[in-house]
Ligand binder design. Structure first.
Ligand code: ADP
Length: 333
């Protein structure tokens, strides 16, 4: 998982599962989205119908999967989980859709990566709870309509811009998840520390909260690294332990990981501060442009290290300062 300074292990994934809030009330931050979802779910319950389809957009680790689980859990509905890359053919989707039980919540992660043919099947399914199945081949092929149980689709994407309009339009509600602020991350971390049985003081929590890319998943993983560090060195999980552990894992003072830094170094030193186009940047750091655009860039923009211009990405004065470099003289000076 490139979104993360620390690779995920089995134990880590299990821990992540155990840490997921189970209700909207337990879900930290995203106040607006939470209120909107609450209204949508309550209205559906009052009208005894399945909630509208929901699209969750935003960088990895901000709580999309968690919210999908909450939508199912709050309504007492079963949940089916799938993902775009697992749906290679319309048949894969037909198999899932035709086996849904009434009221089921279908979560499709990375929905922008689903096969085109499946996307088209999904339009009709979302709108009319119906699909057309092709039976036979060649001239004798016929399409047979099949009624589906009413369901709620929860789609997640890191790039809502990549979804075709007809698909985007069929969601009753789209939520754009934002990076979390430090106070919210401290809440996430205190809860995780309690569950780990780890004593961490406020200063140490604040230090982690300031260095986790505004992302709960990263906050929780960093906390585990700090726990390891304290354990191995037989010391408290205080701010010194946090700094030592995060240095060891190459997380810098702003929470930038190796890929973030590679991107910044490329813009600053190879391209004199920019502008640099997305594809050039991706090739230079040896990463897919989708990852740069969906994972790296949103955070660098949010903390003010780069700006997006029509000609490409440009480093800000704060970026030159953070990397201890002298800013290039403006062109023509
Ligand atoms: P995404 O699907 O957007 O990649 P997840 O829903 O898998 O993100 O969230 C990753 C982890 O971060 C979860 O296991 C959960 O512990 C934690 N998390 C995410 N959002 C929140 C939140 N709002 N409050 C508390 N924990 C959260």
């Amino acid at each position: 998982d490139l979104t993360d300074p620390v690779l995920a292990s089995e134990a880590e994934l299990a821990f992540e599962g155990a840490l997921r809030p189970r209700s909207l009330a337990e879900f930290v931050g995203q106040t607006r989205v939470r209120g909107q979802l609450q209204l949508l779910l309550t209205a559906a319950t009052l009208q005894q119908r399945t909630p509208d389809h929901i699209l969750l957009a935003g960088p990895p680790g901000l709580g999309k999967t968690t919210l999908a689980m909450i939508v199912a859990h709050e309504g007492g509905r079963p949940l089916r989980m799938s993902s775009g890359p697992a749906i290679q053919h319309a048949g894969d989707l037909a198999a899932i859709l035709s086996s849904l039980v009434p009221g089921e919540v279908l979560f499709i992660d990375e929905i922008h990566r689903m096969a085109r043919s499946a996307e088209e099947m999904l339009y009709l399914a979302m709108e009319d709870f119906r699909i057309d199945i092709m039976v036979g081949k060649g001239a004798g092929a016929t399409s047979v309509p099949l009624d589906l149980a009413p369901f709620t689709l929860v789609g997640a994407t890191t790039r809502s811009g990549l979804l075709p309009n007809p698909l985007r339009d069929r969601f009753g509600f789209t939520a754009h998840l934002e990076f979390y602020d430090e106070a919210e991350l401290e809440q996430v971390l205190s809860r995780a520390a309690r569950m780990l049985g780890l004593a961490v003081d406020g200063e140490a929590l604040a230090e982690i909260a300031g260095r986790c890319r505004g992302t709960p998943r990263i906050a929780n993983r960093l906390l585990r690294r700090v726990r390891d560090y304290a354990l191995v060195h037989g010391r408290d999980a205080d701010v010194e332990a946090v700094r030592a552990a995060l240095d060891l894992y190459d997380v810098d003072a702003l929470g930038l990981d190796r890929l973030d830094r590679a991107v910044m170094q490329t813009i600053l030193t190879r391209f004199g501060g920019g502008p640099v186009g997305l594809n050039t940047l991706a090739v230079s750091v040896g990463e897919e442009s989708e990852t740069i655009e969906a994972v790296v860039e949103p955070f660098l923009v949010r903390i003010g290290l780069i700006t997006r211009t029509p000609r490409g990405r440009v480093a800000t004065p704060a970026a030159w300062r953070h990397f201890g470099l002298a800013e290039r003289a403006p062109e023509g000076a």
